[in-house]
Design a protein around this ligand. Sequence first.
Ligand SMILES: Cc1cc2nc3c(=O)[nH]c(=O)nc-3n(C[C@H](O)[C@H](O)[C@H](O)COP(=O)(O)O)c2cc1C
Length: 405
Amino acid sequence: MRGKSVLLIIGGGIAAYKSLDLIRRLAERGVKTRAILTRAGAEFVTPLSVAALTGEKVYSDLFSLTDESEMGHIELSRSADLVVVAPATADLMGKLAGGLASDLASTTLLATDKRILMAPAMNVRMWQSPSVRRSAETLARDGVLFVGPNEGEMACGEFGPGRMAEPLEIVAAVEQAFKVRGGPLDGFKALVTAGPTQEPLDPVRFIANRSSGKQGYAIADALAAAGADTVLVSGPVDIAAPSHVRLVKVTTARDMLAACEAELPADIAVMSAAVADWRPDIAADSKIKKDADHRIPALRLVENPDILATLGHHKKRPRLLVGFAAETDDVLAHAVAKQKRKNADWIVANDVSANGSGESVMGGERNQVHLITATAQESWPDMKKAEVARRLVQHITQHFRETSS
Ligand SMILES: Cc1cc2nc3c(=O)[nH]c(=O)nc-3n(C[C@H](O)[C@H](O)[C@H](O)COP(=O)(O)O)c2cc1C
């Protein structure tokens, strides 16, 4: 990242003090920073500190004639390789999600032709509020990258997600954002599914499974790191999205299928979600109550759509369709049958029964898989899920190298 430049927008939050350290950390790695300090940001750190650390004039005012003559706001928005917002306040996120340009920071964010990386920081309840959720989802859909927020104790004394990522984590995300360009999958679109689906029975109950989403998230991360424009369609999980991946959150299998179809065409699709095969035939509008006679309600299930098979037979079928087979017995035979039945190119098969140490693949950190392609079967040793992801992406890269030469 040496020689690159960042336009850092410092919003008005307590975490603004960490952005001073961020400037130093970027400078240590040869990255030049120019900063915009919002009016609220200047309540937390002084323009003098920011100017001293960046070695540059600090910009704050949209209507400053001197700034406009020296460097107009449009030029400022184009002046760096990446725009980083840290701390990204609820206010700045809401303005960009809503298309507002009411000050220098928000105007610059709207006008930039560069990627934007946001490091949100705010009170837990602010972060969890429906409107900030909406802003975050809209921004992620629009291709804004995120790092954090982390979970922990907040300056306000509350606990939960909302702490700004640490400066070194932001540096890693900046590095990742720079790396993406020029990777072997640059110009490819990748679609990944991850996590379980939840199939409602009534407003408070659902059928789900133990999938944590870790393997799919690691694959999305690895594909994006290789340069693919990556969208991750995820069922409900507790892990943060990789910073350079567009996240689409869904709940049911039917939502997941609709979200996947909306993302076609795609060059690569890796279907690692543990999609529920069945759902209750009726999802009651209100909570199903015990009745006075203690009669137990019968649960009738109907079949969910098969996402892998639907994509396998789709008129916009991805060029490389990879399915996951989670089996508890006769893993390879079942996986090969699935490959044929669903018209998938490759299957990654894993045994999801508990291993010798009692740790289940579902929810665990490690995985032991078999890769079944059109021409070969490979059994990989037990390894971390991130390593499985990296190897799989190497195979995908190799596949496209061979088929395009
Ligand atoms: C002491 C204090 C701390 C604040 N911390 C945050 C914060 O961490 N995150 C946030 O989104 N807003 C925070 N706010 C509110 C913002 O400063 C306020 O919304 C402001 O308008 C944001 O302006 P900006 O987005 O242009 O920087 C805080 C306000 C005060 C008074």
